[in-house]
Structure formats: C-alpha cells, structure tokens
Design a protein around this ligand. Structure first.
Ligand code: SAM
Length: 265
C-alpha cells in the first residue's frame, strides 16, 4: 500500500462520497474572492475542475461558463456527479496523467479543498507539471494546500486529545486508524505528510510552508503567484501565517511570445 493508493481507496468509499455530495455545498470566502478577482479568466472560458469530488465547485463554476469539465480519480465521485449534475461534463482520470486533454486546453484550472494534498510528493510534482501542460499560456491555476506553519496543525494526530468528549468506541477507532497509517507519515525538510481526521485519521495529508510551495510552482514554470490566507486576505510570501490551516495559491502560466506580441500590436 502507498500513500496514493491509501487515500484514493478512501475517496472511493460510499461514506466519503456521501459526505462530499451531501455536506459540502458552499463556496469558501477565498474561492469567492478568487472567482471575483480572476473573473476575466473564468467567465465563458474553458475551465477544468481537478479533483471535483461531489461537485461543490461545479455548481458555481458552471454558472460562470458553459465550458466546464470536472475530473476526479474516484470513479464513485464521478458517478455521483454525473447523477446529480447530469448536464455537466465529468470525467474519470488522474490529475498526474491527463492524457485525454491536449496541451493548452484550459483557461482556468482549479484543484479545490486541498485535493493536491492527497498525494505523495513525487505525484504532486507530476500533477503540477501536468496542470501546467494542459493550461493555456496566460491561463490561471488556483488551489489550496495545508500550511506547515499553522500554529495548531489541528488536524494532525500528534495533537489528538484523547480526553476530549467522544465515545470510547470513536477514540478506539481513531487510534486504530492512526496506527494503521502512521508508518506512511513523512517528515521531510520541505514538507510533511501527516495523518488527519478525515476517515478518523485514516487519511494522509501533505503540509508545506508557503515559501516551499512557491518554489515548487516556480520550478514548474508558473509566475505571478498570489497567496490568500483563510480570511481571504492577500499575504506576502515571506509573512508567517500561523493562523491559517491552509492557504490558497493562484498562479499563471506565462504568456507565449506570440500572445505577448499580438497584445502589443
Ligand atoms: C478533499 S476532496 C475535495 C473535493 C472537491 N474539490 C470539493 O472542494 O469539495 C479531494 C478530491 O480530490 C480527488 N483527488 C485527489 N487526488 C486526485 C488525483 N490525483 N486525480 C484526480 N482527483 C484526485 C479526490 O478523489 C477527492 O474527490
């Protein structure tokens, strides 16, 4: 079993699908801010919703454009989306290998709700490269990711308080899940992969510091990187965000030389 397989298996489970279909309905304030600020890249444009889950962002995005595509590696999530949002286009596929799309296909790509944190480090880098490939020159990529500088890292098991009021059964199940996945935790120099409460600590989540995330994006080729904290305020790359469990990143694929030239004429 690998981190990737472990998390993917979780997203195929009927209970996880039900949770995403039924309880995840509203846009976050950061997402509203992004959709407003980058509207010119979204309105009536080709949009790819990576890791679309139960279709939470599909509803809002498809109101902005008729050209919406959602993709998820969980077949059960895709089937649920096809059932509940039958007029929209949903495909089954892995973000790290989107061979079904030509290069430069989309104007705006989103990977919401920390979906990119479900992967191993190697797969994350491949996914960023793949997103870069299918994004048009000048296009925008927005996503969120867990913040390793968060003072609480509330989600991690090392902060789990066994004395908090919960049933004994729940505590025992959480500890058992944690013991099953803890050998997959990684404490690297630039990121950590930690057990978190999704599925009672059976999920592994990637945490990264803002400066390192920016380096990953720059290495892939992205530019014009903006960062939003949990209050939807734009923050500087060097500030210390101790109170944001995750951060939103917005970045741009550089314009092709041809585009820049035609804009100047
Ligand atoms: C935390 S859920 C978020 C769902 C949805 N985006 C939302 O905001 O409610 C993460 C989603 O990303 C999907 N996912 C994770 N890794 C993926 C990958 N490599 N390719 C495609 N989908 C992936 C999972 O199946 C899951 O549906």
């Amino acid at each position: 079993m690998s981190i990737d397989l472990l998390n993917q298996t979780l997203y195929e489970k009927p209970s996880t699908v039900k949770e995403y279909i039924c309880t995840q309905k509203y846009l976050w304030i950061e997402e509203k801010t992004i959709f407003e600020k980058y509207e010119q890249h979204i309105k009536d444009k080709a949009i790819l919703d990576v890791g679309c889950g139960g279709g939470r962002t599909a509803i809002a995005l498809s109101e902005l454009t008729p050209n919406y595509t959602g993709i998820d590696y969980s077949l059960e999530m895709v089937k649920a989306c096809q059932k509940w949002h039958s007029s929209l286009n949903f495909l089954h596929g892995d973000a790290s290998d989107m061979h079904m799309f030509d290069a430069e296909s989309f104007d705006f790509i989103i990977f919401s709700f920390n979906g990119i944190d479900c992967m191993s480090h190697e797969k994350r880098i491949k996914t960023l490269e793949e997103i870069y490939r299918v994004l048009k020159s000048g296009g925008i990529f927005a996503f969120s990711s867990h913040n390793l500088d968060d003072r609480k890292i509330v989600t991690a098991f090392n902060k789990y308080d066994i004395k908090r009021p919960r049933s004994l059964v729940k505590n025992v199940l959480n500890v058992m899940s944690y013991l099953k996945v803890r050998k997959y935790q990684i404490h690297a120099d630039t990121y950590e992969i930690l057990s978190d409460p999704l599925a009672g600590f059976g999920h592994l989540t990637y945490y990264i510091r803002k400066q390192e995330q920016v380096k990953q994006l720059v290495n892939v080729g992205f530019q014009n990187i903006a960062i939003l904290n949990r209050q939807a305020q734009f923050v500087d790359v060097d500030s210390l965000d101790r109170d944001s469990e995750w951060l939103h990143y917005i970045c741009q694929k550089p314009m092709s030389k041809a585009n820049v030239k035609s804009r100047c004429q």
